[in-house]
Design a protein around this ligand. Structure first.
Ligand SMILES: *Cc1c(COP(=O)(O)O)cnc(C)c1O
Length: 384
C-alpha cells in the first residue's frame, strides 16, 4: 500500500531516541529546550515553546492572548478541526471566513469584508487563526494590514508549513503573526511522533505560553508572587495544563530537523513530477502563489467536472490499486459538532466546492520514483 503520507525514519533518529532512553531524564531535561532553540533558530524566531502536539500549542497560544468567554476567534473552514477548537477550549465563540479560490487559505478580501461588517456591529474578533494550507503560506502581509486596521491578533497555524517561505523569509521568521504553530505529527514535514512548537517574536507571550504549557507553575523568582522561603517551593500562578513534550520526542525532533532540507527537496521533486506528468489529465493541479515557497505538505488535486469519473470513484479506484489518498478538508462547519452550533457549510461556498472535488495524492519524503510512477500510471488508467 502506498499511503498518502508517512514519516521518514533513519538510523540517526533511532540512535537519538535510544540515547535519551538510557539517560537520566525522559521529560523536563535539557533536550526539549535544545529542540525549542533549534526550531526557533531554523525558522528565524527568537522564542520557541514545545508542546505535546500542535493542538495544545494552538490552545495555549490563544489562551496566552487572553481569549475567553465573550471573545470571538475566526479561522478558515478549510482546515483541521484544531484550528477552530482552540477558540472553543478558551470559551470563545468561533466563526469562519471563506477561503481564496486559488490557494484555499483564508481569503484576505473576504476577511476584509467580514471585518468591516463586524466593526459596524461592534463584534470584531480578538484572534484570527490563519492556516497555511498544504504548506503554502497564506497572504500574511494582506492579513497583517487588516490586523493593523482592526486590531486583532494573528495566530498562524503553520502545521503544514515548516520550511516554507514567504517573500524569501521562512514561516515563523516573518514579522506578521503574533504566534506561529508547527505540528510534528508523523504525516507532517518532520515528526516527533506527537508534538508541536509555538514560535513568537514576543518574549512576554513566549513566557506565558510556556507557563500555560506546564500547569501554570513557575520556579522563576521574577514570576513568583510570594518571596521564596524554601528551596523546594514553586508557585502555580495561573491555571495551566500539562502539554509538555518528552525528551524522547524532542531527541527525535532534533534528529529530524537535521534532515529537513533533504525532506523539502524530495517533496519539491515529487511536486514537479506531478505538475509535469498530470498536466494533461482532467485534474486541477495545485496553484503556486508568487513570492512564496511551499513546504509541499500536501499535493491536493481537484477532479475536474469534465472527468469521466468523480472524486469518489477516483478514490476507490486508487484504493483498489493499493494507493492511499485522503481529503483535506471536510469543511469544519460541516462537522456535526459545529452544525449543532448553527454552522452551515453552504455559507462557505469556496471551501465547500473545493471539498467536493479535492483529493490529496501521495506526498512524503520517502515516496520513491517507482512508487510515484505507479500513482501517476493509476491516475492515467482511471482518468484517460
Ligand atoms: C495536523 C494539524 C493540526 C494538529 O496538529 P497535531 O500536532 O496533530 O495536534 C492543526 N492544524 C492543522 C492545519 C493540521 O494540519
Amino acid at each position: 500500500m502506498i499511503p498518502y503520507a508517512r514519516q521518514s525514519i533513519a538510523d540517526e533518529d533511532v540512535r537519538a531516541v535510544n540515547d535519551v532512553l538510557r539517560s537520566d531524564f525522559l521529560t523536563q531535561g535539557a533536550v526539549v529546550p535544545a529542540f525549542e532553540k533549534a526550531i526557533a533558530q531554523y525558522v528565524g524566531a527568537p522564542h520557541g515553546v514545545a508542546t505535546s502536539n500542535a493542538t495544545a500549542a494552538l490552545h495555549v497560544a490563544v489562551a496566552a492572548l487572553d481569549v475567553g468567554p465573550g471573545d470571538l476567534l475566526w479561522t478558515s473552514p478549510n482546515s483541521f478541526v484544531a484550528s477552530a477548537n482552540c477558540g472553543l477550549y478558551c470559551g470563545a465563540d468561533v466563526d469562519f471566513v471563506d477561503v481564496d479560490p486559488r490557494t484555499y487559505s483564508i481569503d484576505p478580501i473576504a476577511l476584509g469584508k467580514k471585518l468591516d461588517v463586524a466593526d459596524r456591529n461592534g463584534k470584531l474578533p480578538k484572534v484570527v487563526v490563519v492556516v497555511d494550507f498544504s504548506g503554502q503560506p497564506c497572504d500574511l502581509a494582506a492579513i497583517a494590514a487588516l490586523r493593523d486596521r482592526y486590531g486583532f491578533a494573528i495566530v498562524e497555524d503553520a502545521s503544514h508549513a515548516i520550511g516554507a517561505t514567504y517573500r524569501g523569509v521562512r514561516v515563523g521568521g516573518t514579522p506578521y503573526a503574533d504566534v506561529v504553530v508547527f505540528s510534528f505529527h508523523p504525516v507532517k514535514i518532520i515528526t516527533t511522533g506527537e508534538g508541536g512548537v509555538a514560535v513568537t517574536h514576543d518574549a512576554r507571550l513566549a513566557e506565558r505560553i510556556a507557563l500555560l504549557r506546564s500547569h501554570g507553575i513557575t520556579r522563576d523568582p521574577k514570576q513568583m508572587q510570594q518571596p521564596q522561603r524554601e528551596p523546594w517551593e514553586y508557585e502555580q500562578i495561573v491555571l495551566g495544563y500539562n502539554y509538555r513534550l518528552t525528551e524522547i520526542q524532542a531527541a527525535l525532533g532534533i534528529a529530524q530537523l537535521a534532515r529537513i532540507e533533504t525532506f523539502l527537496e524530495h517533496r519539491r521533486a515529487i511536486a514537479r513530477r506531478y505538475d509535469e506528468e498530470l498536466a494533461d489529465l482532467p485534474l486541477i493541479l495545485p496553484y503556486r502563489a508568487p513570492d512564496v515557497g511551499s513546504s509541499l505538505h500536501l499535493y491536493p488535486v481537484q477532479v475536474a467536472d469534465s472527468a469521466k469519473i468523480g472524486r469518489r470513484e477516483l478514490y476507490d479506484g486508487l484504493r483498489a490499486r493499493d494507493i492511499g489518498t485522503n481529503v483535506h478538508y471536510m469543511p469544519i462547519p460541516m462537522q456535526p459538532y459545529y452544525r449543532a452550533l448553527g454552522f452551515n457549510a453552504a455559507d462557505y461556498p469556496v471551501a465547500l466546492g473545493y471539498y467536493e472535488r479535492a483529493l490529496s495524492l501521495p506526498m512524503y519524503a520517502d515516496l520513491d520514483e517507482r512508487a510515484q510512477g505507479r500513482v501517476i500510471g493509476a491516475l492515467r488508467a482511471l482518468l484517460q
